[in-house]
Write a protein that binds this ligand. Structure first.
Ligand SMILES: *Cc1c(COP(=O)(O)O)cnc(C)c1O
Length: 365
């Protein structure tokens, strides 16, 4: 620490200089985050000091968290779903597996996760002492449901399906996984951190949520396609009572017990998440998603004209290509298998895509 504090103006010129070192979103094609919707930013500012970790002090903010769970539960065809606002997909996945493990006490528990699983499952398995069994993918990067079923045994506490895979934007065959889950009596967790706020707004959504009877829990992230502020995730469960298995006693708070993973929790990003959903409504979200999907199609068509073939036709707004070079200044990412990966988030507008394609055309000419 400094012995004497720094004058405000000097401090903010220092902070601004650091902020200028950050990249602007206009050339970021690699992120599943996007600048918050202006409505989210305004709501966030209003709730800056709220702490959902001590809910008795902030009943209004708690009501907004309940509204978020109700809205997302209803979107996932289960208005009675239980849930709470997490810090994102990682925490939601950890907590879902924690519940699954508590519900089935076995001596050497394992989970079955698609090979396309997000790296948060590795963290979860490490923390929870779970063996991670990796199920292979088919030629379209979706999990092979039958092979996943073959990995399930009496020590399997959870089976995972992914809706909007991080790398290729695919939707696993959730209906088939749901059948396996019912048949083998195993907890099915759906990681819809990305796709949960895309698929319900597509023209022809495939069933992936509580509509399928085997689905026990779902992760969905407002800080991705929900255009909220960071951090905002949500864990939803079919049976609200299963959170009881996670409860610990909290002697000095306004509530007597709680089941979340973190302690102090922001209310601001929860208010922001709800605000965007309320402001846009179903038709507003459909318009955002339709635009992102249209841009994804245009990007794929433009890239193939240049000679960069798609790795797969994606189910959501993530496009991947066999292509080794990108124009300078643009941020694209690479999948584990080496494909170029571009996420067509709301900030990746048609103009951005055309500018990128023009520069791609120049370096491939
Ligand atoms: C982004 C993502 C996660 C991790 O979410 P965080 O918010 O970064 O913790 C998990 N699963 C999937 C499918 C994701 O796309």
């Amino acid at each position: 620490m400094r012995e004497h504090g720094c004058p405000e103006e000097d401090l903010f010129s220092f902070l601004s200089s650091k902020r200028r070192e950050d990249l602007g979103y206009h050339k970021i094609l690699s992120s599943m985050c996007t600048p918050p919707h202006p409505i989210a930013a305004r709501a966030h500012a209003l709730f800056l000091e709220t702490n959902l970790g001590d809910p008795g002090l902030f009943p209004g903010t708690v009501a907004l968290e309940e509204l978020l769970v109700e809205r997302l539960g209803t979107l996932m065809h289960h208005p009675e779903a239980g849930g709470y606002a997490t810090s994102g997909g990682t925490e939601s996945n950890i907590q879902a597996l924690r519940i699954a493990k508590k519900l089935k006490p076995v001596s050497s528990p394992n989970i079955v996760v698609p090979a396309s699983g997000h790296f948060s499952f590795q963290k979860a398995c490490d923390i929870l002492g779970l063996e991670m069994r990796v199920a292979p993918l088919d030629a379209n990067f979706r999990v092979d449901a039958e092979a996943a079923g073959d990995l399930v045994d009496k020590n399997t506490v959870a089976l995972v399906g992914i809706v909007g895979t991080t790398e290729y934007g695919m939707i696993d065959p959730i209906a088939a996984l749901s059948d396996i889950a019912l048949d083998r009596d195993v907890f099915l967790h759906i990681d819809a951190a990305f796709g949960g706020l895309v698929v319900p707004f597509l023209d022809h959504p495939v069933p992936f949520d509580f509509e399928l009877p085997g689905v026990a829990s779902i992760s969905v992230d407002p800080h991705k396609m929900g255009m909220g502020t960071i951090p905002a995730g949500c864990l939803l469960v079919r049976d609200p009572s299963c959170f009881a298995s996670l409860n610990v006693e909290t002697p000095y708070l306004t509530v007597k017990r709680e089941c979340t993973l973190t302690g102090t929790r922001p209310g601001a990003s929860v208010a922001a998440a709800v605000a965007v959903l309320e402001y846009l409504g179903m038709d507003g979200m459909r318009a955002v998603v339709a635009g992102c999907m249209e841009n994804t199609r245009r990007l794929i068509e433009g890239m193939e004209t240049i000679g960069c073939q798609r790795a797969v036709s994606p189910d959501v707004n993530v496009a991947t290509f066999s292509c080794d070079r990108a124009p300078p200044g643009w941020r694209v990412s690479r999948t584990r298998a080496g494909h170029m990966r571009i996420v067509c988030m709301p900030h990746v507008t048609r103009d951005v895509i055309e500018a990128f394609l023009k520069e791609m055309g120049e370096i491939y000419a």
